[in-house]
Design a protein around this ligand. Structure first.
Ligand SMILES: [Zn+2]
Length: 424
């Protein structure tokens, strides 16, 4: 490739517009301003590109919009002020952004982008919750509150009220890459499971029942009402971590597997994995059907430095998975592999977004703008990863890391040739 022709921003914009009609999507997002002087498309495109190159706030975004390359890209020949970004995002409709996100993800699925995410032929959706805007002051009417105990300057324990937002995210996780399909905010006085069920019900309508094959969750969701709704009403099998020793099923699993040989033994990433597979167990009064329980013991040797010396140590990890719904055709090792996807840090959208604080950071604390900006973030994340992984030649050849591609896009804003996609 001729170096002077290399314009990652131009390539990204061309890709997002050709493959996902980003310019049309942004134009359709609109807002509730009666007589907009600055087109919503210019604001929407700036917000998305701002996320791709990780501009930290509206003030910095205002500076970017003064660059000629940026103005060509958004199709508007003036800078946009930080006030405008705040004013417009408060008046945009989060449901329209969600619809754009759903459209992009459906298109990715149609283009077979998630085929590599399947494990044993199954596409798994995982649920995770994340907190945002934690502070000592109420900042908006959607802030939730809770009592916490902390120490004052004199070291005495005092109670205080803390305010925060919290969302449940639905992620399609796979070994290659992953995307967040939708999210739902928790409401005051409600449990995480209630938000998760609202989310899954909406997703069944938006994505259809066969977009993914099953739901993987942590132990928090391993309760009768949640399993009953997802399996019986929504029709998806569930694999959940089982930790609560209060459940009879946990005690029963321990009793039934004690002294018994594992039914399966496999090797995974240098670990010896032993599996006990127990069928037709009773879960709880709230869940009428029987469940299957897969108990897993993983053992491996690990090098550790102890007192200046390297030593090999035996390590062991135990997992118990409860399986509700129809997954009978999949053996214990398959259940273990699907369940474990959620905990793999590499290529996990949720982990990447939370690790770098992207889901916690928000440029504008306002009930509507916060939802809009989260969608902007997720759409930008998905488009950028799709570009870098599926389309980016450099990345595909292993010659550039993800952050290098991002840096190249950033640099091309300042010194690259002007992007002229509106003429093309
Ligand atoms: Zn708030």
């Amino acid at each position: 490739m001729n170096r002077s022709d290399f314009n990652p921003l131009g390539q990204f914009v061309a890709y997002a517009c050709k493959r996902f009609h980003l310019h049309l999507l942004a134009g359709g997002l609109g807002d509730a301003r009666p007589q907009p002087q600055i087109p919503a498309r210019a604001v929407g495109l700036s917000l998305v590109l701002g996320e791709v190159v990780q501009v930290p706030g509206f003030l910095q975004l205002q500076q970017e919009t003064a660059l000629p390359q940026w103005q060509r890209w958004m199709g508007y020949a003036n800078p946009i002020s930080h006030d405008t970004f705040g004013y417009v995002t408060e008046r945009m409709d989060p449901a329209k952004w969600r619809a754009a996100g759903v459209w992009i993800n459906r298109r990715l699925k149609k283009g077979k982008a998630f085929e590599g995410c399947k494990v044993h032929g199954l596409l798994a959706l995982s649920l995770d919750a994340n907190e945002q805007f934690c502070s000592d002051h109420r900042c908006c009417e959607d802030c939730q509150s809770r009592e916490i105990t902390c120490k004052n300057e004199a070291g005495q324990e005092v109670k205080k009220t803390q305010y925060y937002h919290k969302q449940v995210y639905a992620q399609l996780s796979g070994p290659q890459w992953s995307v967040i399909l939708d999210f739902e905010p928790m409401r005051q006085g409600q449990e995480e499971c209630a938000a998760a069920l609202r989310l899954l019900r909406r997703m069944r309508g938006a994505y259809g029942p066969r977009f993914f094959d099953l739901v993987v969750v942590d132990s928090w969701y391993a309760n009768g009402p949640f399993l009953k709704t997802v399996v019986e009403e929504l029709g998806w099998p569930v694999i959940a971590v089982l930790k609560q020793e209060r459940y009879e099923v946990y005690q029963e699993t321990e009793a039934l597997s004690r002294g018994q040989k594992p039914v399966q033994r496999v090797e995974r990433d240098g670990r010896t994995v032993e599996i006990w597979d127990l069928r037709s167990l009773r879960f709880s009064d709230a869940y009428p059907g029987s469940v299957r329980v897969v108990k897993v013991r993983e053992r491996w040797r690990q090098r550790q430095r102890v007192g200046g010396q390297w030593e090999d140590h035996d390590k062991e990890q135990n997992w118990i998975w409860v399986v509700a719904g129809e997954l009978d055709g999949y053996d214990g090792a398959a259940i273990r592999d699907v369940g474990h996807l959620r905990w793999k840090i590499e290529n996990n959208a949720f982990c990447e977004l939370t690790q770098h604080g992207h889901l916690t950071h928000c440029a504008h604390h306002h009930p509507v703008a916060a939802m809009v900006l989260l969608w902007v973030k997720l759409i930008a994340f998905t488009l950028f990863h799709a570009f870098a992984l599926l389309h980016g030649k450099l990345f595909r050849l292993g010659r550039a890391t993800m952050s290098e591609v991002r840096k190249q896009i950033d640099r091309s804003l300042l010194c690259g040739r002007p992007v002229s996609f509106f003429s093309g």
